[in-house]
Design a protein around this ligand. Sequence first.
Ligand SMILES: Nc1ncnc2c1ncn2[C@@H]1O[C@H](COP(=O)(O)OP(=O)(O)OP(=O)(O)O)[C@@H](O)[C@H]1O
Ligand SMILES: [Mg+2]
Length: 327
Amino acid sequence: MQALLSGVPIVMVQLGAVTAWAIHVSGHWGLATTLLVTGAVNGFDWFGRVAGAVITEAPGTRAWQQATSRFAGGHDLMELPPGLDLVTGESPRPSTGERDRFEQLQLVGLTAVHDDGTLGAIDVDLTVHRGELVLLLGQIGSGKSSLLSAMAGLVSHRGTLRWNGRAVDDTQAFLRPGRVAHVAQVPRVLSGTFADNIRLDHDREVDRSIVDARLARDVEDAGGAHALVGHRGVRLSGGQVQRLALARALAADAELLVADDVSSALDATTEVELWDSLRARGSTVVGATTKRAALARADRVVVLVQGRVAASGPWSELEPDWGHLAG
Ligand SMILES: Nc1ncnc2c1ncn2[C@@H]1O[C@H](COP(=O)(O)OP(=O)(O)OP(=O)(O)O)[C@@H](O)[C@H]1O
Ligand SMILES: [Mg+2]
């Protein structure tokens, strides 16, 4: 159909031009008339093509729009969300997450399932109460990050997760700041300033979080909270990235802080100071660490072996059997 619709006008137009010149050669038309007619006929070629394209391209375009709109969750992509301006970069303020006083988080037979089906942590039973510091310990690949991510709704799960006794189905939507803040093992940094990275466009307290996350000296050396961190944070060391992510999580002032592997960013004394100051604030923290001094501060240590909970209790009880896992 497409070949026909774009081919026929071309052939017709060329026939028209040849005919005009034939009339000229036979002596009926002068040169000016012939040039005018061939020019006009060539111009019609364009109309033919456009008309052909409308007929042949329209169904494909419509199908493409419908498919992309389905990917976008049913939104019409030609219609911008209210308050968004692509030219000026204006966008609506982010909404502040819902918040309710945290009393307890209960995992019952929770299995963290990664996108490719890999089971990260398997059949975990764990209850975290308000104000507690619970630290996970385990060898590399034992499932600490997977479990923590599932507790922050970042990895899907099987089993039950209860927030204040209520089962949560859509963890991705429910476990967000102000309920839960998550510090990833390898956090993402935006190519802006320290303050941008901490505020994330919200109205959040920056300076206190920088101090609490033990990032104050680094920020001062860089020239203040409005210093740039480079493309996706290339100017920062691994430890600085981790502390920046921690500051971001603290600024969210969430009910529950889930902090993966902050020990790689802090020395033992600073880490203990951090946990102590969070306890003083009454924060509830679930984290992963390898530091003995930090483990000794925890209300409960949970040992993971190949994704399963092998032991759980105060570090004083676990140390004889599991001390080899701590650094
Ligand atoms: N995004 C992912 N997709 C698929 N499998 C994953 C993913 N992340 C982790 N895994 C797998 O899940 C298991 C547990 O990994 P996890 O990262 O939770 O361990 P970890 O205890 O945090 O290790 P580490 O001490 O190195 O941080 C491993 O077998 C790992 O290969
Ligand atoms: Mg990990």
